[in-house]
Design a protein. Structure first.
Length: 349
């Protein structure tokens, strides 16, 4: 029965389905200011991936949630990808996950229960790998399959890293290669072979647990992860939060080789165009071809950690990434003092 059902046939919105950054900002701007207790170290103001609440001088609680509709057809892989993506926001704050709650929406009556069970098994397997329990959750009968987690973590307040701490002169490092959205689009078009699928699953299910150690590095000033808004979108959030501007060299970006080939063939997601519309006013591109722009705005699922650190620390931070199994981690640019005009400038060959 499983082989006859494609999970992505229920994904009417096309994959992760994040709302455009422009629309999201407009929605949030309409919400009246809420309660801001002094213990709330990080809220929604800097577009961080998680909220942080100070419990005491030694502990801060990190809280986040992430869920989406299928980007792959295998239910077990879908569950694994969704869980890894949800936990990533805890790691991206420099924290350690402590427990998760499952968020489940499934078209009951259209999806056999064994397939739904495999989605849940996949998510549970990632939580076991992270060393945490799924301690409960909530489920509904929905039109599209939806799965994700509420993830909670802890960290000493002094080790919390977010979007607001980056400094002019900092180097930028990305922990995973770009191109997951393009591989997902190729999969939907029947263009992704077994080797390409294996590469996609390997990257999207790799936990960003190195973030626990990076939070302890004084040389690291800011930390986030690159997900649905693409590299440009999430780097813009960091630049705005830290009042900096960034310069990138396209040839220095870590990119999945197969995704580069597909991008040249104009295989991409609809979200890539939405991401570009949202960030274009603050981005200057020099000698960048359309396929390169696609990679810059390609939505990532469970993408890599984006680090802002002192230039002197780059060799050590890269060594840590590579030693921990993030073979494609690379330095991709520098931050500068914000003056006016563009927040990000990208140079091609």
């Amino acid at each position: 029965m499983e082989e006859k059902i494609r999970l992505t046939q229920f994904s009417y919105g096309g994959g992760g389905c994040k709302i455009s950054p422009v629309i999201l900002r407009d929605m949030l701007a309409r919400i009246p200011p809420g309660i801001m207790p002094p213990e709330l170290l990080i809220g929604a103001e800097a577009s961080d991936g998680a909220a942080v609440y100070k419990l005491n001088e030694q502990q801060a609680l990190i809280a986040t949630t992430d869920f989406f509709i299928p980007i792959v057809d295998d239910p077990y892989d879908f569950g694994r990808i969704a869980a890894a993506s949800a936990l990533s926001d805890v790691y991206a704050m420099g924290g350690t996950p402590i427990l998760a709650l499952a968020l489940v929406g499934m078209p009951i009556g259209k999806l056999p229960l064994p397939i739904i069970g495999r989605v849940l098994e996949g998510g549970a397997s990632i939580c076991r790998e992270a060393g945490i329990p799924i301690a409960g959750g909530h489920s509904i009968d929905s039109v599209e399959p939806i799965y994700g987690l509420v993830a909670l973590g802890i960290a000493p307040p002094a080790r919390i890293r977010g979007n607001t701490g980056a400094q002019p002169g900092d180097a930028l490092i990305l922990g995973k290669p770009l191109g997951i959205g393009i591989l997902s689009a190729a999969l939907q078009n029947g263009r992704l072979d077994e080797a390409g699928y294996a590469a996609m699953i390997g990257i999207t299910t790799q936990l960003n647990r190195i973030g626990e150690k990076l939070g302890a590095c004084d040389s690291i000033h800011a930390l986030t992860d690159v997900t649905g808004f693409g590299l440009l979108g999430h780097l813009l959030e960091l630049c705005r939060g830290s009042n900096c501007q960034a310069e990138l060299v396209f040839d220095d970006l870590p990119i999945i080789d197969l995704a580069r080939d597909f991008a040249r063939q104009d295989i991409k997601t609809d979200a890539s165009a939405r991401n570009w519309i949202s960030c274009a006013p603050e981005v200057a591109l020099h000698n960048i071809a359309p396929w390169q722009q696609t990679l810059l705005t390609d939505p990532q699922t469970s993408g890599g950690l984006l680090v802002a650190c002192t230039p002197e620390a780059v060799p050590e931070i890269l060594r840590r990434f590579h030693t921990e199994g993030y073979a494609d981690a690379a330095e991709l640019g520098r931050l500068q003092t914000w003056e006016s005009g563009y927040r990000i400038t990208v140079y091609g060959a």
